[in-house]
Design a protein around this ligand. Structure first.
Ligand SMILES: Nc1ncnc2c1ncn2[C@@H]1O[C@H](COP(=O)(O)OP(=O)(O)O)[C@@H](O)[C@H]1O
Ligand SMILES: [Mg+2]
Length: 335
C-alpha cells in the first residue's frame, strides 16, 4: 500500500513563548514518529501541506492519505487537505471537511451539541464587546472562536465581571482578528477523552484528568497557553495529567458516554479527542471537540492521545496504525 502522509511542519525558529502562530503545527519528531509507524503498513510518501500540495498529491496518487495537516489560512484551514483529497477522489483518514471546519468553530460545535442535548456551558459568540447584550453568566471564559492549543487562553480569559469580559473580548478580537466565544465558567474537574474507531467499534481510551494542583499557586485553574507551552517543558515537566483519571464508575461512564455522543453527533471519523469539564454538580460538559488531536510521540511532551493510548496498552505505532486501519476500512481497503 502507498500511503500519502500530509502534515504542516513548524518553522524551526518558532518559539512558543514569543509566537503562538504555529502552536498547532508538528515538529520534525512528530512527523518522523508518524512516518515510522505508517512505514509498517506500506510505502510512505511525505506530502508537506504547503501551497503546491494539490499537484504533488495528484502526482503521487497514494492509495490512502494519512492526514494530520492543521492547515495554513482561515477558520476552515483544517478542512483544506481533506477537501483536496475529495477533489482528487482519494481516500484519507480522519474527519471530513465539514466536521473539521465545524469543530474549529467552537460556537457552531456547541450549537450542535445543545441541539442533541449534550451538556455544554451557556455561551454567546460576539464580534465585539458591544454585542454582549444579555449574556450574564459570571465568571466567564472568553476565548477566540477558531483557535486551538490554548491560543489566546490566559489568566485574563477568566473574567469575573462584565467589565473584564468586555476587555477580554477586545483583546481576542484585536489579536486574533476573529469573533470571541464567551462561555460560562465550569469550575469542576477537567478531563480529556480520546476516541478511536467508527460506528459500533468507536471506543473511548482511558480518561485523562487535568491536574490543576500542578499549576503555580497563584494560577487560575484553567489549562491555559502558559500551562500548555511555557510552564511545562521537557526539562522541567509540569505534573499536569492523571492517566487513567481517578474517577468512580459513574463519573467515568458519564465522561465516556458524553464524549462518544459528541463524537457521533459531530460525525467524527477514525479518531478525535473531546475536552470536558464538570459543573458545580459534577456533570461533565463538552468544552470542545478535537478531530485532529495532538500526537507528539515523546512522552515528555505531554500529548494526550498517545498518553491515553499507552495507558490502554497501545504503543505509538499501534495507535497510528489503528487510525489508518479505521480509515482504510471505511473505504474497503485492506492493509
Ligand atoms: N467554559 C469553561 N470553563 C472552565 N474552563 C474552561 C472553559 N473553557 C475553556 N476552559 C479552560 O481553557 C482550556 C482551553 O480551552 P479549550 O476550549 O479546550 O481550547 P483549546 O482549543 O485551546 O484547547 C480548557 O482546557 C480549560 O481548562
Ligand atoms: Mg482544548
Amino acid at each position: 500500500m502507498r500511503i500519502g502522509f500530509t502534515f504542516n511542519v513548524k518553522p524551526g525558529a518558532a518559539a512558543p513563548d514569543v509566537d503562538d502562530r504555529y502552536a498547532e503545527w508538528e515538529d520534525e519528531e512528530t512527523i518522523a514518529g508518524v512516518e515510522a509507524a505508517l512505514a509498517r503498513a506500506g510505502e510512505v510518501i511525505r506530502l508537506e501541506a504547503s501551497d503546491d500540495l494539490p499537484f504533488r498529491l495528484r502526482e503521487a496518487r497514494p492509495d490512502i492519505v494519512f492526514n494530520i495537516a492543521e492547515g495554513l489560512y482561515g477558520p476552515n484551514r483544517e478542512s483544506h487537505v481533506p477537501a483536496i483529497c475529495e477533489f482528487w477522489s482519494m481516500p484519507y483518514t480522519g474527519s471530513d471537511p465539514l466536521t473539521l471546519a465545524l469543530c474549529l468553530d467552537k460556537g457552531r460545535t456547541k450549537e450542535i451539541l445543545s441541539h442533541h442535548g449534550i451538556p455544554t456551558a451557556p455561551f454567546t459568540v460576539v464580534g465585539g464587546p458591544e454585542e454582549l447584550d444579555g449574556f450574564a453568566a459570571w465568571p466567564a471564559i472568553v476565548k477566540p472562536l477558531h483557535e486551538g492549543s490554548s491560543m489566546g487562553i490566559t489568566r485574563s480569559s477568566y473574567c469575573r465581571s462584565r467589565a473584564e469580559v468586555r476587555r477580554a473580548i477586545e483583546s481576542v478580537v484585536a489579536r486574533y482578528r476573529q469573533p470571541a466565544l464567551v462561555e460560562g465558567y465550569l469550575g469542576g474537574r477537567e478531563f480529556t477523552c480520546a476516541i478511536l474507531g467508527n460506528g459500533n467499534d468507536a471506543r473511548a481510551l482511558p480518561i485523562i484528568e487535568i491536574n490543576f494542583a500542578a499549576l503555580p499557586p497563584d494560577a487560575v485553574p484553567i489549562y491555559s497557553y502558559e500551562a500548555k507551552w511555557i510552564w511545562d517543558r521537557p526539562e522541567e515537566p509540569l505534573d499536569i495529567f492523571r492517566c487513567p483519571a481517578e474517577v468512580d464508575a459513574e463519573l467515568a461512564a458519564a465522561v465516556e458516554r458524553t464524549s462518544l455522543d459528541a463524537y457521533r453527533v459531530l460525525r467524527c471519523r477514525d479518531w478525535a479527542r473531546i475536552d470536558l469539564r464538570c459543573d458545580a454538580r459534577g456533570v461533565p460538559h463538552v468544552l470542545e471537540v478535537n478531530p485532529l488531536p495532538g500526537i507528539h510521540p515523546d512522552p515528555a511532551m505531554h500529548s494526550c492521545l498517545p498518553k491515553a493510548a499507552r495507558a490502554a496498552g497501545l504503543d505509538y505505532s499501534e495507535m497510528i496504525l489503528s487510525v489508518l486501519r479505521a480509515g482504510a476500512a471505511r473505504h474497503g481497503l485492506v492493509l
